[in-house]
Design a protein. Structure first.
Length: 382
């Protein structure tokens, strides 16, 4: 492995593996339940897994991004569930990136300890119906009136929305030179004017829950602004997407590792005689997983450094390309090997397919931008 794991990383992996096996993999209802397992969520808080990105002074176990990536990968592979990992990823991003990165001391003192313990859950409300996350087309507004911001608008596909105690809402707070200025606001879920929509019913990534929210004349004090006014799109939303992709790739790597584990188990149980083609396919699948691990760990290490690394986006894109190649080969292998799938394999495969497809549009845009950068460079050799 290119990235050298420290003793603390190995200890964390063992801790997460034990928890995932005992509390997640053993619960077969997670893939079909309609609600959210708050009992498990509370246990994650007690084990300080929800506080993995929060300083010890706030009750967490402050650690690096590599630790988080390792934890997510291990959680999925041994817990047999990508849905709960998704809810965990959103919780980590809100805690570490948003509150620790942009919150003032009062905001951090008010929320971080409860976030670490799982006493409260926060969600990110950025996407809007038929718009997605676009600063140009965003409609949610924040008008300043009599020392208060009045929020009006609608947000869609809010992950963890149905269980959230507060939302980080992104809204237009002004216009400068024809461009919308986006500001992030801390909005309590029980605030007058906040309406939680129906759960969005999905047949994948359960038990993670999603919903829309409406904001009608919500009065927000200025001290509920998270970060600087007017610059939240560049400061928060752009890096958030990148961070989410890195964590989701860790989840995908864990899911693919689980697919191989289940495949090998089925070969033994069903007494399948491996052909040379099957042996080669398994070797190739395992090679892709190891490569994705290296890319995932190296990306996390780059993110831990204080300077910006343009290599992160190409590494993410490469991992996404590999994940698609893995899925195509895995599907072909299953179709030609005569192996009968089981429920666990069907569930994790379904989650992986939808996870890859969720970010397809953004991935294509990033590919084009990266391609344009390369095409604009002067050719040194012809």
């Amino acid at each position: 492995m290119a990235t050298v794991l420290q003793e603390k990383h190995v200890i964390l992996q063992k801790k997460v593996k034990r928890f995932a096996k005992e509390e997640i993999a053993s619960n077969s209802e997670l893939q079909t339940m309609e609600g959210f397992p708050m009992d498990i969520w509370k246990k994650m808080g007690k084990e300080k897994l929800l506080g993995i990105s929060i300083p010890e002074s706030y009750g967490g176990i402050w650690d690096d991004y590599l630790s988080i990536v390792l934890a997510i990968e291990t959680f999925v592979r041994h817990g047999h569930n990508m849905g709960l990992a998704l809810s965990w990823i959103i919780h980590i991003i809100v805690s570490r990136f948003l509150f620790l990165g942009f919150g003032n001391p009062n905001q951090q003192d008010k929320y971080l300890k409860d976030l670490a313990m799982g006493n409260i859950t926060a969600a990110i409300a950025a996407s809007e119906p038929d718009i997605g996350v676009s600063p140009r087309h965003m409609k949610t507004s924040a008008c300043f009136e009599k020392d208060l911001f009045i929020l009006n608008g609608e947000k869609s596909f809010v992950s963890n929305g149905p269980i959230a105690d507060l939302f980080i809402v992104f809204a237009i707070s002004g216009v400068d030179l024809g461009k919308n200025q986006i500001t992030a606001f801390i909005v309590p879920a029980d605030l007058t004017g906040v309406s939680i929509g129906k759960k969005i019913e999905l047949k994948f990534l359960r038990p993670s829950l999603h919903c829309g929210i409406k904001l009608i004349n919500c009065s927000i004090p200025e001290n509920n602004i998270l970060g600087k006014k007017g610059v939240a799109f560049n400061d928060m939303l752009k890096p958030f997407r990148e961070l989410e992709e890195v964590f989701m790739l860790a989840s995908l790597t864990g899911g693919m590792g689980l697919q191989i584990d289940l495949l090998l188990s089925l070969i033994r149980k069903q007494e399948i005689t491996p052909t040379n083609e099957l042996r080669e396919a398994i070797a190739e699948l395992q090679s892709i997983i190891h490569t994705m691990k290296i890319l995932s760990y190296e990306t996390a290490c780059l993110m831990d450094e204080s300077i910006s690394h343009p290599e992160i986006i190409p590494l993410i894109l490469c991992s996404q390309i590999l994940s698609k190649n893995f899925f195509s080969l895995f599907k072909l292998t299953m179709n030609h090997s005569g192996i009968t799938r089981n429920t666990d394999l069907n569930n994790i495969t379904n989650d992986i397919i939808h996870s890859v497809n969720l970010g397809k549009g953004v991935t294509e845009i990033k590919k084009r931008k990266l391609g344009d950068i390369q095409l604009s460079k002067r050719v040194l050799y012809e």
